[in-house]
Design a binder for this molecule. Sequence first.
Ligand code: SF4
Length: 227
Amino acid sequence: MLKELIDKFYLDRQKDREQQHFYITDAGKCPRAVFFKFKNAPREDMNANILRMFDHGDHMHQLIMKPLLSIREVHVVASEVNIPPQELISGRADAIISDGKNLYVLDIKSMNSMVFKNLDEAKEENINQLQLYLHFFKIPRGLLLYVDKDRLDLKEFVIEYNPTLAKNLLKDLADLKNKIAKNIIPSRIPTYSEDWQCRYCAFKEICTLANGGEIEWEDFKKKIEKA
Ligand code: SF4
């Protein structure tokens, strides 16, 4: 009885989630998948357990912040910090911390033991996200802190601000915004279908119905409505 009710709670939160603006997590992601999110295109249902894992990630953040708020060597300047309001994108960094000399933007990521064990460097998608935080907060370096959610081990990587990368990410988002306004579905990513993004993509079914290049959304929408 409870399982069904709890699953329904999570699945209902997912319904009709038409995206209205970019989130920092969209930076560097497949533009076609982000386009489909904006248009609320038909997507594969997520399992309720995956949605619960997102909530579990929030608890991991609290677990890490608790000692940070108590130790003397590090000062938490602010936690859950929104980027300054602007038109293109919104996002909230986990914290801005200081070691007494330098400021760092802290971003905490949790993952399962298998992924954690093989993690030798920061993940590209996490670096992209952090670069935009560094850009908007005007802070020259950040920390990506990874938590193994099964064993609670930690790994950390210091990331320096890369202005070229940040500007390219913002330019790509501005281009995508233009395509969303003009109803032009972007091309598939060049690494389709081997890319991890394709493996976990909720839109892969409709993506296969379109060809690889740019296409008109209104025409394609009629095609998928008939399918
Ligand atoms: S299947 Fe791959 S290329 Fe197609 S929308 Fe998803 S992530 Fe993009």
